[in-house]
Design a protein around this ligand. Sequence first.
Ligand code: FAD
Ligand code: UDP
Length: 370
Amino acid sequence: MVYDYLIVGAGLFGSVFAYEANKIGKKVLVIDKKNHIGGNVYTHLTNDIHVHQYGAHIFHTSNKEIWDYVNQFAEFNHFINSPIANYKGKIYNLPFNMNTFNQLWGVITPEEAKAKIKEQQKKYFVENPKNLEEQAINLVGLEIYEKLIKGYTEKQWGRDCVDLPSFIIKRLPVRFTYDNNYFNDTYQGIPKKGYTYLIEKMLEGIEVRLETDYFRNKKELDALATKVLYTGPIDQFYNYKYGLLEYRSLTFEHEVLDIENYQGNAVINYTEKDIPYTRIIEHKHFNFGTQPKTVITKEYPAQWTKDKEPYYPINDEKNSSIFMKYKEVMNNESKFIFGGRLAEYKYYDMHVVIESALALVKKEFGKSID
Ligand code: FAD
Ligand code: UDP
């Protein structure tokens, strides 16, 4: 055995684990089938602008340990995510807050806003909401649902809101303050030099082989290491023996524009169904950039097939029960360990991925972060 650990996947999960293992003297090899490190958080410089290749990535957490952890690798800026919704040419602030209620109904005080929402909820209130539509109307009433939720959600997931589980929108805050911060977390920001720099720091001094697909050479690669951490799709690892896990995919259309400022905000969501993309991001605004040109990305939801990138797991009953079968065999492995959004089949934010990787570090090496 040449290595203590073979790590399949140079995304956030694999990189955190690699850093911690290397730090305590383990010999580590990291491989990735892509031609770059970072997985989904990969950024690259175009016209001096850090481009988030796979969609907007804003780091947020309320866990001070995790915030300190990422800050040891890179300096973060003070970016606060304040997306805007464009519905039929009119602009609304997100998440749903006093600014949104004022734009919709002209209300000024929280009391007026609550009364208006109550009036909107009353007609359609359902005792035990069974799907996303019922949950959304219960939460914010019919008008917000129709203008800001229904079209966006149906595009994003490719299904009617009545056929979607309600937990999807539980992430969205509703506030009776004039506060456009999309997240409720204590800490938030974006690495000033991009996410790739952060991952480079984690992988410093570690052997990394890119454009190396684990499954092309599994036997030889497995033979190189005592243990293997696998962060790719779990159904593929087991040759789909319990069935295919489904995802929602995305297509990103990047454009360089010869203007300084295209939309005046980092993220604008297009909430009507007829516009095929869900959002446009303008990368320079993540870093308060003043470059002469700009780069924008349109994000189109797409049906997932095996040859497409898996982005969002479909955590419905059917897929969850398939995953549970994989989970059972995963738990019984000794050479192989697993982690990350693809192997755990979870809609994971970055801070949770790091928490999960550090929990695995603790389990493997019996230590916590220092
Ligand atoms: P990945 O980044 O997917 O890494 C897995 C790696 O394994 C990949 O590089 C892949 O190429 C490699 N791999 C897979 N199979 C093989 C194989 N057979 N051989 C070799 N290598 C292989 N989180 C936030 O906190 N804030 C946000 O604003 C945010 N925005 C997001 C926006 C979008 C559009 C998406 C899709 C996700 C967003 N996330 C956000 C979530 C974030 O991207 C993930 O939490 C994080 O990137 C997951 O890291 P990971 O290492 O688990 O997975
Ligand atoms: N959502 C919505 N309207 C919006 C933004 C989000 O209805 O303008 C809903 C949609 O169902 C989406 C969910 O809220 O899938 C979570 O959105 P978020 O932006 O948190 O998800 P992301 O795609 O960034 O992970």
